[in-house]
Design a protein around this ligand. Structure first.
Ligand code: GRF
Length: 202
């Protein structure tokens, strides 16, 4: 299966996906990395691995629609089976999501449905949570709300700051995103009628 990864920043999740996908038995290949930021550190990391990269800077386009149309045209050329949003800090329009519904995955740094949106680690600490974590889910129109594919939890420790917690969560993000991509690429999990449906391993 062909996967395209969307990034906006350092691309550590993209790197963990690319590393996992390089294994011979992995059911997906990362065929391209797309960024909305020319300065995204992940672009150099992808290029160093020989992965095709393309950048679509929002300011270069007259509207959100034009920006998305350019990205959609690139996706039509690439024909991916799976699109992995990985630290991609831009909302996709409903039209974009409908075009690729059931094929778009995202990783969010909280145990959804808790703490959708931003500043998830600060909010978990402020709420007195004893665990935190991350979620890989299918992307739907609502933000951080689609059917859940995989989750991982970590402890929140006394004295944790958003930074120390973010670092602990990022470690398990790098473990569960490759797992989630494997499940979707091999067809074990798929999105059906708005739900994540698991098929018993064949
Ligand atoms: C991190 O906060 C991660 O939790 C979230 O996106 C941010 C950047 O990730 N998924 P990455 O290093 O660019 O993959």
């Amino acid at each position: 299966k062909k996967a395209v990864v969307f990034i906006s920043g350092g691309g550590s999740n993209m790197l963990s996906l690319a590393t996992a996908a390089a294994e011979p038995d992995f059911p997906a290949e990362i065929i391209a990395v797309i960024s909305d930021k020319a300065e995204a550190g992940g672009l150099a990391k992808a290029a160093a691995l020989g992965i095709r990269t393309s950048t679509f800077v929002r300011q270069d386009f007259s509207s959100k629609e034009a920006h998305e149309a350019a990205i959609l045209a690139e996706l039509d050329r690439l024909q991916p089976d799976v699109i992995c949003l990985a630290g991609y800090m831009r909302m996709l329009s409903a039209a974009f999501i409908h075009r690729h519904e059931g094929k778009i995955l995202n990783i969010h740094p909280s145990l959804l449905p808790l703490f959708p949106g931003l500043h998830t680690h600060q909010r978990a600490i402020d709420a007195g949570m004893k665990i935190a974590g991350c979620t890989v889910h299918f992307v739907t129109e609502a933000m951080d709300d689609g059917p859940i594919i995989a989750q991982a939890a970590v402890p929140i420790l006394a004295g944790d700051t958003p930074e120390t917690l973010a670092s602990r969560v990022l470690t398990v993000e790098h473990q569960i995103y490759p797992l989630a991509l494997r499940l979707v690429a091999e067809g074990t999990v798929e999105m059906k009628n708005g739900c994540a449906v698991s098929h018993a391993p064949s």
